[in-house]
Ligand binder design. Structure first.
Ligand SMILES: NC(=O)c1ccc[n+]([C@@H]2O[C@H](COP(=O)([O-])OP(=O)(O)OC[C@H]3O[C@@H](n4cnc5c(N)ncnc54)[C@H](OP(=O)(O)O)[C@@H]3O)[C@@H](O)[C@H]2O)c1
Length: 326
């Protein structure tokens, strides 16, 4: 193998499929032949001229990958091993998963947990880790199926949202309301287990700092105005996780939900998550929370990535899309 096929962002907004020599794969002590990658909101931003994700060009985007080790200088990682990588600098400041091969530091690798295929691992990818972290954090804040809490999940038709919905259902939660933007997204989230639908356009605000206590827990993937409108509606002692900014960067609130209702706002970051916690999450994804439905999953090729990113940008994408590379 002298050259490697890769999707390359040459300069802001300039994207092409190219043959690259191996020295363009960056530094690292493990070389991986990539089987699958996946397409996340952040990958869409990486392909955008003003996405704010990539700082040094050229760059191979793709924040997730799974594949086989073909060379390793690390005694803990052997040739032929099946592995996955999500986050760290992958596809952002280190050549990523939209290529036939990747070279990464051994510390970034998660050995593929037994019970998962390389393909299934990418159905989860960064989105699955983030969704699982959000559910775990809400449970640490007191959420449990026995209480039959009223849960609201925002961005429920998206990558993180559709997986979080399935994990909540799998974990035994029955009262999970899904916030979506468009009517046609309703059938997907109902099939995945949502008990009720809330349209984002119906999420009204009275402008008061505290409103009727409608939700015990909120798993938010949208941010911005949606999250701002929800904080006054959280019940006493409740909690909210926030992981995304698809709905905007700014959060408008008062201190009242926090100091008069004792609610908690919990930030989620999957990129720099500690390796031990990652492994725990992956074993949860491979066993207790393993999903059987492929309803919200599409498989495409490297040549289709730009088109899928356009769908994500236009709000025409549902669930998860994974990229079959080899
Ligand atoms: N913190 C972390 O570690 C981490 C990890 C992964 C992802 N994220 C972030 O989480 C967010 C979701 O990622 P994703 O990959 O799941 O994206 P996605 O697949 O594009 O899903 C986004 C979802 O949000 C909905 N949405 C977009 N704008 C909205 C608005 N203004 N009001 C209500 N709903 C809106 C979308 O609906 P439409 O299809 O109708 O637009 C879609 O259902 C992104 O901001 C991403 O960067 C963060």
């Amino acid at each position: 193998m002298e050259t490697v096929k890769a999707l390359v962002v040459e300069a802001p907004g300039e994207v092409a499929i190219k043959q690259l020599t191996l020295d363009k794969l960056g530094s690292g002590n493990v070389l991986i032949k990539i089987a699958y990658s996946s397409i996340n909101f952040k990958d869409m931003l990486a392909l955008e001229p003003r996405g704010g994700i990539i700082r040094d060009y050229p760059m191979i985007p793709g924040i997730d990958l799974s594949g086989w080790v073909v060379a390793s200088d690390d005694s803990k990682i052997s040739v032929g091993q099946e592995v996955l990588v999500t986050g760290y600098g992958l596809g952002v400041n280190h050549p990523g998963g939209f290529a036939e091969y990747a070279r990464v530091p051994a510390d970034w690798l998660i050995p593929l947990p037994s019970g998962l295929s390389l393909k299934e691992a990418m159905v989860y990818g960064t989105a699955g880790v983030t969704a699982a972290m959000s559910v775990i954090e809400l449970e640490q804040a007191g959420m449990s199926p026995q209480q039959e809490p009223r849960i609201l999940l925002t961005g429920a038709s998206g990558g993180v949202g559709s997986l979080a919905l399935q994990f909540l259902v799998k974990a035994g939660y029955q009262n999970v309301q899904a916030l979506i933007r468009k009517d046609y997204q309703a059938s997907l989230v109902e099939n995945l287990g949502a008990s009720k639908i809330l349209l984002a356009s119906d999420l009204v605000s009275s402008g008061k700092p505290l409103e009727k206590q409608e939700f015990d827990y909120v798993l938010d993937t949208v941010g911005g105005e949606v999250l701002s409108r929800l904080l006054p509606k959280i019940a006493y002692g409740g909690a909210v996780t926030t992981c995304g900014n698809v709905g905007g960067l700014n959060l408008e609130t008062t201190v009242f939900p926090f100091i008069l209702r004792g609610i908690r706002l919990i930030g989620i970051d999957s990129v720099a998550l500690d390796q031990k916690k990652r492994q725990k999450i992956w074993s949860l994804l491979a066993k207790e929370w393993k999903l059987s439905s492929n309803e919200a999953v599409r498989v495409v090729r490297l040549e289709d990535v730009v088109q899928v990113a356009q769908e994500l940008k236009a709000g025409q994408h549902l669930g998860r899309t994974i990229v079959e590379i080899s």
